[in-house]
Write a protein that binds this ligand. Structure first.
Ligand code: AMP
Ligand code: GLY
Length: 423
């Protein structure tokens, strides 16, 4: 088969790594890809939102399967356009990707189908939002309805902050049209867990659990980022938690989407909070997490292409999804100054080490090749993943491997997986 992956980050690197390993893949392409992906895929510089060009490229290369990794093209309807051109595609159509594309939609869906989540109200009128806040309990959470690069969530400690937040989202439109509507929801406390799942419209199979670290600094301080590191599995995702989610969250979400005439095929990412009152949904995403995929997919025993095809064909019930009985940790190497301002174009050394060691991976996020030399080309540069027999070992391995890599403004958190010690 000819396979095309759409996207350019660490998540797409691990997807390409799995796709390249599949016996079903003859030729692998990626648009636009990155310098690391170019090792196994032919990369074509087409942007993920250039739908016409992607469709034309897929036709020209006689692509048999497209995997869309990123949220923007999914929410924008790339899957619909590829399917209209007769190209098999793994990922939700536009009317299902709304599960991630509109937080107001997903909150209403959970309410209607009794899926546990934080209490909330949706607002399209900033005056009504402000009036509601006058009698609200604090802290409180404000969320821009649409996609905002993971930044559209504001946790406000008092009325003043919340009023400022309404202004930021709905009046100043800091997140653009994502702020035309807003969710105001109850603040929850507890451990966060990410559970990714494969879905074929009817059947859902969950993958092993993971946990992300979103803040830039050690001890969960500093600004929110795209994710500074992950570990998998989460020791807090116990059998009891899994049973609860199986019963009240996972299948309920798939059934709800079907009942709404929006059958979901692809990956649903459940962002869960384990509260004192039980697990609740923080958010849905309509794709693999980044950098969750970097610790989940390397532990998957199944052939990714086979699973993706089963999702498209509606035969996921016949797949026995299996994960290795080990652990993985991913430490993101970023450019000093990320997520605000940072230098690019700095030579990266030490990448050859990963070829010498089994169970160690270097997934590229923001890199570029200048001649033969890899150089930094973004805020998040590399995701260093290592496996181990257990979480402690995986963490030690990942941090050891993070030292193999050298570039002048290298920055990383030193406490990825620290929660493991508390488990
Ligand atoms: P989201 O994009 O909805 O996952 O929100 C980003 C982050 O904000 C989450 O990972 C949580 O850390 C935090 N968050 C979102 N909603 C809530 C909530 N209702 N209570 C507490 N924290 C929240
Ligand atoms: N790691 C969180 C996300 O992919 O949205």
């Amino acid at each position: 088969m000819n396979v095309l992956v759409v996207g350019s980050g660490g998540r797409e690197h691990v997807i390409c790594y799995c796709a390249a390993k599949s016996a079903k893949t003859d030729k692998l392409y990626c648009t636009p890809g990155n310098a690391g992906i170019a090792e196994y895929a032919e990369c074509e510089p087409i942007g993920a939102m250039e739908f016409d060009k992607i469709v034309a490229f897929a036709k020209e290369k006689e692509i048999d399967l497209v995997i869309v990794g990123m949220d923007d093209p999914l929410v924008g309807g790339l899957v619909d356009e590829l399917e209209a051109a007769g190209i098999r595609t793994f990922g939700p159509r536009k009317n299902a990707a709304i599960l991630e594309g509109s937080k107001a939609f997903s909150k209403d869906l959970m309410k209607k189908y009794h899926i546990p989540t934080a209490a909330y109200e949706n607002f399209t009128d900033p005056k009504e939002a402000l009036a509601y806040l006058e009698t609200a309990k604090f802290p409180i959470v404000l969320k821009a309805d649409g996609l905002a690069l993971g930044k559209g969530v504001l946790i406000c400690n008092d009325l003043e902050e919340a009023k400022e937040g309404v202004k930021t989202i709905m009046l100043d439109k800091k997140f653009g049209s994502a702020g035309n509507e807003m969710v105001i929801e109850e603040f929850m406390t507890g451990r966060e867990v990410s559970v990714l799942s494969f879905v074929d419209g009817n059947t859902i199979k969950t993958m092993t659990s993971a946990q992300d670290h979103k803040r830039a600094g050690d001890g969960d301080t500093g600004l929110n980022t795209g994710g500074m590191g992950t570990f998998s599995p989460s020791p807090f995702y116990t059998k009891e938690v899994d049973e609860f989610c199986e019963k009240y969250i996972y299948q309920a979400t798939v059934d709800a989407m079907k009942a709404e005439g929006r059958p979901f095929k692809g990956v649903i990412f459940f962002g869960l909070m384990l509260t004192e009152d039980g697990p609740k949904v923080l958010e849905y995403n309509a794709r693999f997490g980044d950098p969750e995929a970097q610790v989940v997919l390397p532990r998957m025993k199944n052939d990714l292409i086979e699973v993706a095809e089963a999702c498209i064909d509606g035969t996921l019930d016949q797949i026995d999804l299996q994960f290795e009985d080990n652990a993985a940790v991913c430490v993101v190497l970023a450019s000093e100054g990320y997520p605000v301002a940072y230098e690019k174009g700095i030579p990266i050394h030490g990448l050859e080490e990963f070829k010498k060691h089994e169970g160690y991976y270097c997934f590229h996020a923001g890199t570029k090749l200048e001649g033969e030399q890899y150089v930094t080309n973004g805020g998040r540069v590399l995701g260093i993943t290592a496996k181990g027999a257990n979480l402690m070992e995986a963490r030690a391995n990942a941090y050891a491997a993070a030292e193999w890599v050298r570039f002048d403004n290298k920055y990383m958190r030193h406490d990825i997986g620290k929660a493991i010690d508390e488990a």
